[in-house]
Design a protein around this ligand. Structure first.
Ligand code: DON
Length: 312
């Protein structure tokens, strides 16, 4: 099924149709995340993919208008929102190197003095959310307002069931936050921070919504209303950290296969940026053992192969 909204370009629609057909025929789609029980019931064969162009044209194939749990994809937006406010001071509290470890790993934190390797592993995202919380008083609310504005979808919201499910199973994130607090790298009370972080991760949005919300990174920092969120240099920085850290301990393989800045979430979504050209979002809930969507990575791999578009 192909549904279009606006019609100014649609240049990639035939490519998306071909990819959707290929994915339909591909067996072995991984398993939905089950460490957050509310995510476990998702059908691993669901598939949607959208492209958003710089002028706000958005179109897609499959279930591209079906909301899903954005999860770690939101880490890109909180990073951008915090970087826009505090600039380089952020990098004194979180690094920008690939961790080579799972997204929820604790091991590096002790011998690196409570400074997480990068803003996309859970420890790093907790630091970013903490800093945004200090600056705004409502980090998750800031994120939601940004996503609503950039996607043009005022109905976007948190999923209370997912947030509650994650809170009830949040011991590992709580451990990360408390451990960093012991190094004075967390400002807010840990329960306040965790509530903000779990609500942030619970945002329900579709491929179309998330592709549109990501276009500021393809426009080198310019939002959909023409105002600037990030400097051109900061937009480059966020894209670079996505490329090197956005898919965790699979970031090397993702760069090799896809060749674009990308960010995954355990809801099965992945966003990707073609700077100066367009953004993509793909969703399929079956994950590999590193927490990245199996069909999502395969579809992005096919997109860059078929179009020749990548940053390389
Ligand atoms: O904190 C967690 O574990 C989840 N809310 C987010 C993890 C996630 O999406 C990792 N991405 N692949």
């Amino acid at each position: 099924m192909v549904i279009m909204t606006t019609t100014s370009s649609l240049a990639f629609l035939p490519v998306l149709e071909r990819i959707a057909e290929e994915m339909e025929r591909t067996p072995g789609r991984g398993r939905p995340a089950d460490y957050i029980p509310a995510l476990a019931a998702r059908d691993p064969r669901s598939f949607g993919m959208a492209v958003a162009e710089l002028d706000g044209t958005v179109y897609g194939v499959g279930e591209w208008r079906q909301p899903f749990s954005a999860q770690s994809i939101t880490k890109v937006f909180t990073l951008a929102l915090d970087l826009a406010r505090e600039g380089d001071e952020l990098w004194e509290h979180v690094g920008r190197e690939p961790s080579g470890n799972p997204f929820n790993s604790l091991v590096q934190l002790e011998y690196e003095n409570g400074i997480p390797r990068n803003p996309f592993i859970n420890a790093g995202a907790l630091v970013v959310t903490d800093r945004l919380q200090t600056r705004t008083g409502d980090a998750a609310g800031e994120l939601l307002a940004f996503l609503r504005a950039e996607s043009g979808n005022p109905a976007l919201d948190f999923d209370k069931e997912i947030a509650a499910s994650e809170t009830a199973n949040g011991d590992r994130n709580a451990a990360l936050a408390h451990f960093m607090a012991s190094y004075r790298n967390i400002d807010n009370d840990v329960p306040v921070l965790l509530d903000q972080y779990f609500r942030q991760c619970s945002v329900a949005a579709s491929c179309g919504d998330l592709a549109l919300a990501t276009t500021f990174l393809a426009r080198h920092g310019i939002r959909s209303d023409g105002t600037r969120l990030l400097t051109r240099s900061q937009a480059k920085q966020v894209n670079a950290v996505m490329l090197t850290c956005g898919t965790y301990d699979a970031a090397g393989d993702f760069a090799y296969r896809v060749g674009l800045p990308g960010k995954s979430g355990v809801g099965g979504g992945i966003i990707a940026v073609v700077p100066g050209r367009c953004t993509l979002c793909v969703w399929s809930p079956g994950l590999d053992e590193r927490g990245n969507s199996v069909a999502g990575v395969a579809a992005l791999d096919r997109f860059t192969t078929l179009t020749g578009l990548s940053v390389f």
